[in-house]
Ligand binder design. Structure first.
Ligand SMILES: Cc1cc2nc3c(=O)[nH]c(=O)nc-3n(C[C@H](O)[C@H](O)[C@H](O)COP(=O)(O)OP(=O)(O)OC[C@H]3O[C@@H](n4cnc5c(N)ncnc54)[C@H](O)[C@@H]3O)c2cc1C
Length: 462
């Protein structure tokens, strides 16, 4: 297991007035940029509005996609940048920003290496929906990638004495005549502060937790719950728009198909559960989709059922391959049955139908041919042996593909596609990379690829 440090946050009174770069947001993008710039010898500060760092990055469970990596080769997977590009492009409805995508697909492997050099070791690999080979890199030492990634990056920032200030909400960014930025923020007591810097990196994440923005761009989705942390309110969009930034694809909001939401909270059930073999059944106990199709296709298929929810069904063996399920079980999300009869009873599904479904699935796995729905990946276990497990799921808002128009150099572009000097953005606040559907595992990859790129370009132009 990872050794964790007690992260000591910086007091505002300990800050300087001037920095080379102010980084807004302490998720994976912001912390990556901060570490890279510090190692390049620049003076940076990270401002975070929530009580703790981490943002949505902290919640990431499945993994980080990359092609042509050492881990893939070790597993005998011969991948290519082109195939990674093609899967992401097809999965995104061919609406992706192709220049961003080219840079992304050919730099995710070096981002995995960069993480390894900084003690973030992603030494296992799994599958996410829409990918033609296993590409989602994850740590063997932790059940979920997000908490591990954030804690390891914070450990490094502690070693480097980089200031990370929480409960510091950035409210506006202005520029003076000399082109320097003035970043205004308020603390927990609503007291105002200002910092001066030569460059700013926006790493503020998406807007899936903003009812106002979801209603503005996709009123048809306001009834959904969200998997996101409460700080995902699109602040970076407003901050950059005031400096002339352009927004793209704002109506492209991803609804994730498998979210447990029977209580007050919405828990994402990571895609790796399907990647490692689970199937989906409807209220009739029948399969209805290729479970490893893209999120959009699976969500649409669930919504087309008589009741728009379903069950992920698998057996106890799967927990060995997808350790996050042990956590889901621990917090009470999983129903159990020693036999299929018992599971059907626990889920109130027709026993005969569920039995027939399981038999068909067993046949598909043994022949490695899913004639019913054309699933070609994750045909791992026919589930002939119990005990059995299931998780009740339904779709929920998960990710915002739209955001700031950026260049492959992570520069924020204005309405004439010209870079706004000194202003960079990466991660979920940027739009366009994913087209109309993000593939699972591509976002953590994006945070590191463009977190590094923003830092390097800011350094180069300082
Ligand atoms: C439940 C869940 C599971 C996921 N699993 C995966 C996965 O397995 N693989 C994958 O690739 N992707 C996954 N994702 C998506 C991925 O985690 C996020 O898209 C990504 O981490 C976003 O990183 P970020 O750095 O852009 O933003 P975040 O990590 O959200 O960080 C942004 C930070 O900026 C702060 N902030 C916002 N506004 C301000 C302001 N005005 N002032 C100061 N600070 C501000 C926020 O509070 C936040 O801490 C998952 C998402 C969720 C919700």
């Amino acid at each position: 297991m990872t050794e964790r440090v007690e992260f000591k946050l910086t007091n505002i009174s300990d800050l300087s007035e001037q920095y080379d770069v102010v980084i807004i947001g302490a998720g994976s993008t912001g912390l990556t940029s901060a570490l890279e710039l510090t190692e390049l010898g620049k003076k940076v500060v990270v401002l975070e509005k929530m009580e703790k760092p981490g943002g949505n990055s902290m919640r990431a469970s499945s993994g980080m996609n990359a092609a042509e990596t050492a881990i893939q080769r070790r597993e005998g997977i011969i991948d290519s940048y082109q195939s990674f590009y093609d899967d992401t492009y097809n999965g995104g409805g061919k609406q992706n920003d192709v220049e961003m995508l080219k840079y992304f697909a050919s730099h995710a492997d070096s981002a995995v290496e960069w993480l390894k050099e900084h003690d973030v070791v992603l030494d296992e690999i799994t599958l996410t929906g829409g990918m033609s080979v296993k590409r989602a890199h994850r740590p063997s030492s932790a059940p979920a990638i997000g908490g591990y990634l954030i804690h390891q990056l914070l450990n490094k920032l502690v070693e480097e004495n980089v200031p990370v200030v929480c409960q510091a909400t950035v409210e506006s960014i202005d520029r003076d005549a000399a082109g320097r930025f003035k970043v205004d923020f308020v603390n927990a007591e609503d007291q105002k502060h200002a910092l001066d810097s030569a460059a700013v990196i926006l790493a503020t994440g998406g807007f899936a937790a903003s009812n106002d923005l979801v209603e503005k761009y996709r009123p048809d989705l306001v009834h959904y719950k969200t998997t996101n942390h409460p700080g995902a309110t699109g602040d970076g969009l407003h901050l950059a728009e005031n400096l002339g930034a352009q927004l793209v694809d704002m109506d492209q909001i991803q609804v994730h198909p498998t979210v447990y939401q029977d209580g007050d909270h919405a828990f994402l059930i990571g895609e790796m559960v399907r990647g490692e073999g689970a199937i989906l059944v409807n209220q009739d106990g029948e399969r209805f989709v290729n479970e490893l199709d893209t999120r959009k296709v699976v969500t649409d298929a669930i919504n087309a059922q008589e009741r728009p929810d379903a069950y992920l069904v698998f057996n106890a063996e799967l927990v060995k391959r997808a350790s996050a399920v042990g956590f889901y079980d621990h917090i009470g999300l999983v129903k159990h049955g020693d036999t299929i009869d018992e599971l059907a009873e626990a889920l109130k599904l027709p026993v005969a139908n569920l039995k027939a479904t399981m038999q068909q699935w067993s046949g598909a796995v043994s022949e490695q041919n899913d004639e019913a729905f054309g699933r070609t990946m994750g045909l791992i276990d026919g589930f002939e042996e119990g005990p059995y497990m299931a998780i009740h799921i339904a779709p929920a808002i998960h990710y915002t593909m739209g955001g700031l128009k950026t260049s492959p150099k992570a520069e924020v572009l204005n309405k004439n596609f010209v870079p706004i000097k000194g202003l960079y953005a990466g991660g979920e606040v940027a739009g366009g990379l994913h087209g109309n559907n993000r593939i699972g595992g591509n976002s953590i990859a994006e945070t590191v690829v463009f977190g590094l790129q923003a830092a390097r370009q800011a350094f180069k132009n300082l």
